[in-house]
Design a protein around this ligand. Structure first.
Ligand code: MUC
Ligand code: MG
Length: 372
């Protein structure tokens, strides 16, 4: 193999517009801010990673500005002259010098793995166990902020055989109105689909206990992060109280936080997201402890564009069981893409690409058009 050693690391902040406003409890997305990392080896080959963030600092504490600054100053220098196939060793070394910064670590590890796989001309999933699934169930998030529009959207998705799992973003405004909104959607499309809700930390324990009862009676199948991320005890009490599954999302970030949630049973399912865990290797470890404890696993998203979505698809294809399917629909919400490749969905499932690396060919004109 010609020169495999790392020569250069570049990062870009990109603002990509979405097709329609996407309303969450804490923010409404009109453009998504993402970070793209490109690692080049001495022969000119490139590996590419992506992490996406939601609503500046309103969703989580990693902002694109901080991710880029911390990669450029504190992480990138450790990569120069290293061989990307030793991504495990490189990330262990980065971990010794850089605390936290899970999104920054994730985007770099993704680009390292992509480059290592491209150097060997193999799909990236071969480097972490190989593919179990050729396709995975794919949820869509109904979050237009308007009940009638959400129903219309769900009907269209069912008709096109794109999605038959719908996650409803609630938690914005009055909790009673939130639950009535869910009730109308369940009435319209609940017979042909599975409905889940994501509260994104917006309720307190008292409101949650009242509203979850109503949601459970309607036939909703999963409640995502009803309480603030810090409230492990409240999540544990809700899990004990209800039969319906309580999914921990914002509260499961690092391996250590997730271990605590699993040990204390502060939920009974976890949402995986390579960005929030600090990369592919950490995501696989978290899936392992969840599996060992009998927790349900959900293939989550930060609403990545085609780059990060293909990376999540590749990782998830190597994890044995997704009790709740996946929601790696990001590219379908964007108006445009940064790669030549598109997401492929058939018969309600995302198809896992078998191309070299993570299967992303960057469109540099688009990258330069959308970069900040
Ligand atoms: C979240 O909290 O799950 C995932 C899908 C979606 O619509 O929002 C994200 C974030
Ligand atoms: Mg969530």
């Amino acid at each position: 193999m010609d020169n495999v050693y790392i020569d250069e690391v570049e990062t870009f902040i990109v603002d990509l517009p979405v097709k329609r406003p996407h309303q969450l409890a804490m923010t409404t997305i009109t453009t998504q801010a993402i970070v793209i990392a490109i690692i080049k080896d001495k022969s000119g080959r490139t590996g590419v990673g992506e992490v996406a963030t939601i609503g500046g600092a309103s969703y989580g504490d990693s902002t694109v500005e901080a991710i880029k600054a911390n990669v450029d100053k504190y992480i990138a220098p450790h990569l120069i002259d290293q061989s990307p196939i030793r991504f495990s060793k490189i990330m262990a070394m980065v971990g010794k010098h850089v605390r936290g910064n899970l999104f920054a670590k994730a985007v770099i590890e993704m680009a390292l793995i992509d480059l290592a796989a491209k150097q060997r001309e193999i799909p990236a999933y071969q480097l972490f166990g190989g593919k179990i699934h050729d396709s995975l169930p794919l949820a869509w998030t109904l979050a237009s902020g308007d009940t009638a529009k959400d129903i219309e959207e769900a009907e269209e998705m069912l008709h096109k055989k794109r999605h038959n799992i719908f996650k409803l973003k609630i938690g914005h405004g009055d909790p009673g109105a939130n639950v009535r909104h869910v009730g109308e959607i369940v009435k319209a499309v609940g017979g042909q689909s599975r409905i889940t809700v994501d509260i994104n930390q917006a309720w307190d324990e008292y409101i949650a206990a009242r509203q979850i009862r109503a949601l459970e009676e309607m036939g909703v199948s999963m409640i995502e992060q009803p309480l603030p991320a810090w409230n492990y005890e409240g999540m544990k009490r809700l899990t004990e109280k209800f039969d319906i599954s309580i999914l921990a999302d914002e509260s499961t970030t690092s391996l250590h936080d997730t271990y605590r949630i699993i040990k204390e049973r502060a939920g009974d399912a976890v949402a995986l997201k390579p960005a929030k865990h600090g990369g592919v290797l950490e995501t696989k470890k978290i899936a392992g402890i969840a599996e060992g404890a009998g927790f349900g696993i959900y293939g989550g998203t930060m609403i990545e564009s085609t780059v990060g979505n293909a990376i999540a698809a590749s990782v998830y294809s190597t994890i044995s069981e997704f009790k709740f399917g996946t929601e790696i629909f990001g590219p379908l919400l964007y108006r445009d893409r940064l790669t030549l490749e598109e997401i492929k969905v058939e018969n309600f499932e995302i198809q896992i690409p078998d191309d070299i690396g993570f299967g992303n060919t960057l469109d540099y004109d688009k990258l330069h058009h959308y970069k900040r």
